[in-house]
Design a protein around this ligand. Structure first.
Ligand code: ADP
Length: 720
């Protein structure tokens, strides 16, 4: 520091005297200018451009740079800069005059003065001094606070950029702890801290709140504290941090120089080499979870609000990531529970409908048998009603069973030969009379270019069409219902079939269209009452379309009509010739002796009666063991074997017969499996075990007789 600068500071009156001495009377105008400069709130001074001698210093310059001398004759670099003994390297003197030696443009620059460390915006220009010399007039405005603010902004921006990255990482994935290392490193770098750490609270068994350091990042040369036992599972009180607990739990920041902290806290912090720190609380779901902190081990840093704010934001992001993780965990749990509940529901529905179906089949069989007895007109009518009501109930139960099986993923499509015209005509035949009765026309329009035969699941296709055409007829009071079929070839043998069922009926309100596929949903409860139905059909139809690799959607305008469009994929096949189909060519057979193994007494009675009415002789047994015994004693033309029976089930009995281990039993005897629910897997299993064919319960008399004749007929043909 220049010694001249430390000379006695001039009193205002002395300074005025100096001015008056410096400027002669006749230069009054120039003096008034200097007086104005003297009153400015900026550092202003003038120096001789040649000699660097100070010509003028205003009051602000004297005060700001703490000068106290009569500096006439002093060089500017001696007085105005720290430790300078020659012209300053940044001096602008040489730049202020133009080539002709006249004052040029002013030069503006920013500079931090070494005497007081303050920042100035400096404007230098050459002026002619009153005595004719060229002088440099410097006006320097103090911009220190702006500069500090800029610094704060820039460090805040750095930390915010890191906070941004933290947010991106932590909120992108459920497992926020995976990114904790990167997060602490990033925060440490951006804030130029020496340690960054995260502490987590937990409750001990006796309900005390403890904190433990979860993770830490340290800068080069700074000792890690992650192994420090004083920072693991300690209560805040035990480490003298009660103040921290009170502040952080309320959402307040703890910050400052450790030297200013209470003694109890210093005892823990000083051994860690911490000079200053800032800690921000982490809250999750309104509960105080822990805190995130930064240490500075080199200086007593005055943490600016930008740093504090950015750290709090990082702490809040971690809090959000914790909440999100918790939500995901509970959603996973809820999802699992929902899946289990749904499975249980499907299982329950399947069981229940199966349980209801068995006795209902019995009832229907008895009704059927009754219709074959002598009845008067009224009795016949009443029986017809009972049959219709029972049939509707069976339909609903079958729907529920179907839906729950599809939902449980237990439905697989068959891949069997079918002719499209047969399916479509079958559907037409089933509804044409009902439609006619209502005065509604039912038309079918199949594109003549379509192949005749396909491989797929005709029963399921029929089920979809039954539902859609059935609905169209049901909800169309007048006009027409049209079924249109078209399609095109796909790769290989695959074929895309398009079906449209259009009607001119009552339509579906727009706001109900979306939910129409949901189970038990009907467009309008009043119509439901008028038309009946369970609201399951469309849901089943759509799910079946999905199994076919297709989809179903419905367009409708209330009061105008509805169009249901669905498409499926099947395989193209060559049409079968009549000779191929030996199955259908069998003759009606009579006087057969049949063994019926069926544990359900009612079903057994019904089947026995049906068969007897068709002229056959029937022996009934209640399980597989009894069936084998009966076969050993007597020879039969055919066995009707229920699959589910107590003691020995039908499958086991069939394999024992086919094994040929009993010489008394004809191992080639025709066997028809009676199955409660005809599923693809089950059927294959029955056939693999040796059954010749199967019939699913409930069956109509005619159906049973046909399968019986077909099976025996085919067996005979095979043998010859
Ligand atoms: P439902 O057994 O009640 O017919 P669906 O699932 O087949 O069950 O149909 C659900 C509801 O969608 C019906 O109750 C009816 O309100 C409406 N709907 C279906 N098809 C039609 C149609 N072609 N015209 C008018 N409404 C229909």
């Amino acid at each position: 520091m220049s010694s001249d600068r430390n000379k006695k500071k001039l009193a205002p009156e002395e300074r005025l005297a100096f001015l008056q001495k410096s400027f002669p009377e006749h230069k009054v105008g120039f003096r008034s200018l200097l007086q104005v400069l003297n009153s400015l709130d900026a550092v202003v001074y003038a120096t001789d451009l040649q000699t660097d001698e100070i010509l003028f210093l205003n009051k602000k310059a004297v005060d700001a740079l703490n000068l106290s001398t009569d500096y006439s004759g002093c060089k500017c670099w001696e007085v105005l800069q720290e430790g300078q003994n020659e012209r300053c390297p940044f001096c602008t003197n040489d730049l202020l005059l133009d080539e002709a030696g006249n004052p040029g443009d002013s030069i503006v620059w920013e500079f931090q003065n070494t005497l007081n460390d303050r920042w100035y915006l400096i404007q230098d220009r050459a002026i002619q001094w009153w005595d004719g010399r060229m002088a440099r007039l410097e006006i320097a405005t103090d911009i220190t606070s702006r500069k500090r603010y800029e610094d704060i902004l820039s460090s805040r921006n750095n930390i915010l950029a890191s906070v941004n990255r933290i947010a991106e990482r932590m909120l992108r994935e459920g497992d926020w702890k995976k990114y904790l290392d990167e997060t602490l490193f990033d925060l440490g770098n951006a804030s130029e801290a020496d340690r960054v750490y995260i502490f987590k609270n937990s409750l001990t068994a006796d309900g005390r709140l403890t904190m433990s350091q979860l993770q830490e990042w340290v800068s080069d040369g700074v000792s890690p504290q992650i192994e420090n036992p004083a920072l693991q599972e300690q209560t805040y009180e035990d480490v003298g941090a009660l103040r921290w607990k009170q502040m952080l739990s309320k959402g307040e920041i703890v910050s400052g120089a450790v030297a200013d902290f209470p003694e109890g806290e210093q005892a823990v912090l000083v051994p860690q080499g911490i000079k200053s720190l800032v800690a921000a609380p982490i809250h999750a779901d309104g509960e105080w979870w822990g805190f995130l902190g930064l240490d500075d081990c080199k200086r007593e840093r005055d943490w600016n609000y930008g740093e504090v704010e950015a750290l709090s934001t990082a702490a809040r992001i971690i809090g959000s990531a914790i909440v999100r993780e918790r939500m995901e965990d509970s959603m996973c749990l809820a999802n699992e529970e929902a899946l289990l509940a749904n499975e249980a529901k499907s299982q329950f529905l399947a069981n229940m409908s199966h349980e209801i179906r068995t006795p209902l089949n019995g009832v229907l069989a008895m009704v059927q048998l009754l219709t074959h007895t002598d009845l008067n007109e009224e009795q016949r009518k009443l029986l017809d009603h009972a049959k219709t009501a029972g049939g509707s109930l069976l339909e609903i139960i079958n729907d529920i069973l179907d839906l729950s099986r599809i939902e449980a993923g237990k439905t697989q499509l068959e891949e069997t030969y079918f002719e499209l015209s047969e399916v479509v005509e079958g559907v037409h035949a089933s509804f044409v009379d009902t439609a006619k009765l209502k005065g509604v026309s039912l038309e079918v329009d199949v594109d003549s270019h379509l192949p005749e035969a396909f491989i797929g699941d005709p029963a399921r296709l029929r089920q979809i069409l039954f539902n859609l055409v059935g609905n169209a007829v049901k909800f169309t009071p007048e006009g027409s219902v049209r079924l249109k079929v078209s399609g095109h070839a796909l790769q290989g043998d695959r074929y895309h079939l398009d079906f449209v069922v259009e009607d001119t009926g009552i339509g579906i309100p727009e706001d109900r269209l979306e939910s129409i596929f949901a189970p038990f949903t009907q467009a309008d409860e009043t119509f439901n009452r008028r038309f009946g139905g369970s609201g399951l059909g469309l849901g089943i139809a759509q799910k079946l379309c999905h199994l076919f690799g297709g989809d179903l959607n419905i367009e409708s305008t209330q009061g105008e009509g509805t169009a249901a469009h669905f498409w499926i994929t099947v395989l193209k096949s060559d049409p079968k010739t009549v000779e191929d189909d030996l199955f259908g060519a069998s003759e009606p057979l009579q006087n057969l002796s049949i063994l019926l193994a069926e544990d359900n007494r009612i079903n057994a009675i019904a089947a026995k009666r049906f068969l007897e009415m068709a002229g056959h002789e029937v022996t009934t047994v209640g399980n597989g063991i009894e069936a084998l015994d009966a076969l050993k004693k007597q020879s039969f033309d055919c066995v009707l074997m229920d699959v589910q029976m107590p003691e020995m089930d039908g499958l086991e009995a069939i394999s024992r017969i086919r094994d040929g281990k009993f010489p008394e039993i004809d191992s080639e005897i025709p066997i028809i499996a009676l199955t409660a629910h005809a599923m693809k897997g089950d059927r294959e299993q029955f056939l693999k075990k040796g059954a010749d064919s199967y019939i699913s319960k409930p069956f109509e008399v005619e159906q049973l007789i046909k399968v019986l004749c077909d099976t025996i007929g085919k067996k005979k043909t095979d043998e010859t």
